[in-house]
Design a protein around this ligand. Sequence first.
Ligand code: TRP
Length: 430
Amino acid sequence: MHSIRFLTGITTSGTPHLGNYVGSIRPSVQASLRQGVESFYFLADYHALIKVEDPARIQRSTLEIAASWLAAGLNPERVTFYRQSDIPEIPELTWLLTCVAGKGLLNRAHAYKAAVDKNTAANLEPDMDVSVGLFMYPVLMAADILMFKAHHVPVGRDQIQHIEMARDLAHSFNHRYGEHFVPPQAAVEESVATLPGLDGRKMSKSYDNTIPLFASRAELQKLIAGIVTDSRVPGEPKETEGSALFQIYQAFASAEETQDLRAAYAQGIAWGEAKQRVFERIDRELAPMRAAYHELMAHPAKIEAVLQAGAAKARAQTRPFIAELRHAVGLRPLGLSTKASAPKASKVALPSFKQYREPSGQFYFKLVDAHGHVLLQSLGFDSPKAAAQAIATLRREGTSALATLAQQLEPPNASPDAVGAALALLALTD
Ligand code: TRP
């Protein structure tokens, strides 16, 4: 497999806003058009249940978000576009990952910690009103990502920790059961990773400072007119630094257009006029999509059909993969001989001892990790038996044998910890 896999999800808890568009939808649609890229985009409706209690809102948001992605040019033939809850293998994988997830790891998740800190500050029980769903959020997200062996996950900066947790969980699972998962990487678009909202803070549903992506032209104009500015009067030079209006413009404008507005700021453009320019520029990009969006919203059954087709495409991958994972962890038909796991186990990337003879006539061994890096290198032994005895000592006694064997080893180029971990892993699989 040589194409790069991109995957991202949007939680179906609200109406898409400009921040979602600039930070996620637009770059994702662009990425999906590149050669050598395979894209997976989905509606994270299980995640939405963590924050939204109103069923009608979940459904409405799912429709709006699906329509937004399609209106923004996502081609469902080219990508795999699906709804999370149509893929039962995802909650199933969530459980498998739950069983390798350290509780301590999840205790450190930002969203959970923020909830606990808030309670503590208010003198409440730390876990007051915290659902286990919120606590498990990163594990469900890891299942989304690992299920499709995604390499790159385009997300906002606030989600980076979740991707790191997905990597940790991939490593933990692989370590225990063999190389099944690809550890993913976060892909943050540096230039426009987060868009400010009406009040200058990050545009976010939780701050109630958003501009809906498909507000009507009139509404869009009104909202942009409401973006905070300072009190400088017309003719007075304006600062671009820290200007939410400027940053929003930048996310839509070319480098040249941005330069022009910068110059206008320096020359003291009136805020009202600057806002009009920003409005016209954004509206130019959005107007054609807005029309497509309303057309789609009027035909929800069409969107449903697109999602069903996407689920079928997605499940062509998730069904065989979950079967592999079930087998790996031991959820197996009883008719199968337990020995049937042997070939699988041997596929597991393990450290190993390699014994060999040099032209000098002496016998050597080395300990290499799963990637072939040398962790320990012996000096020469007179007989293969002597080399084998040293290996047996290492296998039996672990790192404590390193001191005893110091005379027969080259100075290790790996830490005792790395050697110890490799020996422990070998002992486990004996
Ligand atoms: N947590 C993401 C957000 O709130 C949404 C999400 C769910 C997601 N699962 C994902 C993003 C997997 C990327 C990959 O923005």
